[in-house]
Ligand binder design. Structure first.
Ligand code: NAD
Length: 499
């Protein structure tokens, strides 16, 4: 059985703890590798080495660091298929979807090639007599990234690229379910010229995470995962005086107005609801048609589209729309939530339970499900299902639809489909959600903007990648400099304006 270890000081190293986590092939249900879970000593060793490497890396000028990012980007491109195959093998998503996972991470690396411009400071000449004022951005030191299973390439890249381009060293702890892509990325980063120790990939579970949160050398923690863990990590990191941004779960609604192009809305719901088996934090899991006629028409358009969806292993190639979910526990939980929807009175229009694929009977497959007449008190509405289940909640008016989105505890993404500019504009302006799509279902901002939700979808400040990432991974130092030529002023005890 393959054993997966860690990436420390530029080398793959085996773990020494004797503790392992099983890494499954979700399509077959078989264990395909054992992942070593690091000990506190291994983690401490990785952090201490990172601290040494960071000091030298921070002194490499930004332009040279950017060149490493350029070489890294080229290597990601060159190894696209290899990376995508690793993503699919451990996650189960289709190969085209896995390529998108790598591609959207690569785009963040591309923006980091322009890091020197992002890291420029500010300067005011003659802020007072003989006085210049300037602010510079300096790296934090050693920072940590803790990432989820659902984007094994993109989210580690969201973390490592801006942190490292800004002159920090990073301890990355990937999901124990999909650890291999991050290890290959680390290898490619080294090949691109990244000095050893600047990126350490330490695999592990809660013990390693807690070790990171309590370690005095770690200056900042960037987390992505479920809301309860995001809140826990934010609290513990903040208590220990660390900078923290922790992105959590979601329940994303799409409002469909009576004037919307319903074919386009239905197509968008299929992609955003069922793509990657619904395992995306920006998946649309709730459709909110306005008016009974819109709701009835939407169901009519959705059902035949859902019935055409093909489910299977990524190895089946283009014949597959989505793959298995990540674990047997997740499969059981999704099935249980569908049961609860039926028990609580929602109308199950398409039932994905009991789906079996010949030759893959032990795989974690579930078919797509569609519920109608869902109400906000039901568990299928309240919980993030993170599976291929779309719920329709009927709203009588636009105001009712907007209120539903606004009352939801999560605020990651949302969308509105309409032909009316005023309604779209009103929605975008008033809704209390971080990322909004107008006739666009998964509004993940491009890499030169920043990504982040509101409400219980994010804890802490500043968003991920784009301009916010450079702010998160640097601290500002402001210098007031005075030179005395031509200045006659003597001592003053007053705290006064510079004039
Ligand atoms: P998860 O919260 O189970 O795990 C995320 C990370 O936290 C992993 O590295 C894991 O090892 C670690 N972890 C798990 N339990 C822990 C504990 N008790 N203490 C300390 N660390 C722990 O999330 P997941 O199942 O891997 O990912 C799916 C979730 O991530 C969904 O809720 C999804 O919405 C969310 N997500 C959010 C975003 C975003 O940007 N907002 C993006 C992708 C995924």
């Amino acid at each position: 059985m393959q054993e997966i270890g860690h990436w420390i000081n530029g080398k793959l190293v085996a773990g020494t703890s004797g503790r392992f986590a099983d890494v499954y092939n979700p399509a077959t249900g078989e264990v395909q590798a054992r992942l070593a879970l690091a000990t506190a000593t291994e983690l401490d060793d990785a952090i201490q080495k990172a601290a040494v490497a960071q000091k030298a890396w921070a002194n490499v000028n930004p332009q040279r660091r950017a060149r490493v990012m350029m070489a890294f980007g080229a290597l990601i491109n060159k190894n696209m298929d290899r990376l995508a195959e690793l993503v699919s093998r451990e996650h189960g998503k289709t190969l085209p979807d896995a390529r998108g996972d790598v591609q959207r991470g690569l785009e963040v690396v591309e923006v980091c090639m322009g890091a020197p411009a992002m890291l420029k400071g500010e300067f005011t000449d003659s802020a007072g007599p003989g006085i210049d004022l300037y602010a510079m951005r300096q790296p934090l030191g050693v920072v940590a990234g803790i990432t989820p299973f659902n984007f094994p390439a993109m989210i580690p890249l969201w973390k490592m690229a801006p942190a490292i381009a800004s002159g920090n060293a990073m301890i990355l702890k990937p999901s124990e379910r999909c650890p291999s892509t991050a290890l290959l990325l680390a290898e490619l980063f080294q090949e691109a010229g990244l000095p050893d120790g600047v990126l350490q990939v330490v695999n592990g579970d809660k013990d390693v995470v807690d070790g990171i949160l309590d370690h005095p050398v770690i200056q900042a923690v960037g987390f992505v995962g479920s809301t309860p863990i995001a809140q826990y990590i934010y609290g513990r990191a903040a208590t220990n005086g660390k900078r923290a941004q922790c992105f959590g779960g979601a329940k994303n609604h799409m409002v469909i107005m009576p004037d919307a192009d319903l074919d386009k809305a239905a197509d968008a719901l299929i992609g955003a609801g069922f793509g990657a088996a619904g395992e995306r934090c920006m998946a649309i899991s709730v459709a909110v048609p306005v008016g009974e006629k819109t709701a009835d028409a939407l169901i009519e358009k959705l059902v035949p589209r859902i019935e055409k969806l093909k489910i299977g292993p990524y190895t089946a190639g283009d014949d597959v729309d989505f793959g298995p979910v990540i674990t047997s526990a997740s499969l059981a939980r999704i099935g249980g939530l569908i049961d609860s929807g039926v028990e609580q009175g929602a109308k199950l229009v398409v039932d994905g339970r009991g789906f079996k694929l010949q030759g893959y009977e032990k795989g974690f497959f579930i078919g797509p499900s569609l519920f109608d007449n869902v109400t906000p008190d039901m568990e299928i509405y309240k919980q993030e299902i993170f599976g291929p289940v779309l719920s329709q909640v009927r709203a009588k008016t636009y105001d009712e639809a907007l209120a539903l989105v606004m009352d939801n505890e999560y605020g990651n993404g949302t969308a509105i489909f309409t032909a009316d500019g005023d309604t779209a504009r009103d929605f975008a302006s008033r809704v209390n959600v971080g990322m909004v799509g107008i006739n666009f279902p998964i509004p993940v901002p491009l890499s030169y903007f920043s990504f982040g939700g509101w409400k219980r979808s994010a804890f802490g400040d500043l968003n991920q990648y784009g301009p916010d990432a450079f702010r998160f991974y640097t601290k500002t130092k402001t210098v007031t400099a005075r030179w005395f030529s031509g200045i006659k002023e003597g001592a003053s005890l007053n705290f006064k304006a510079m004039d």
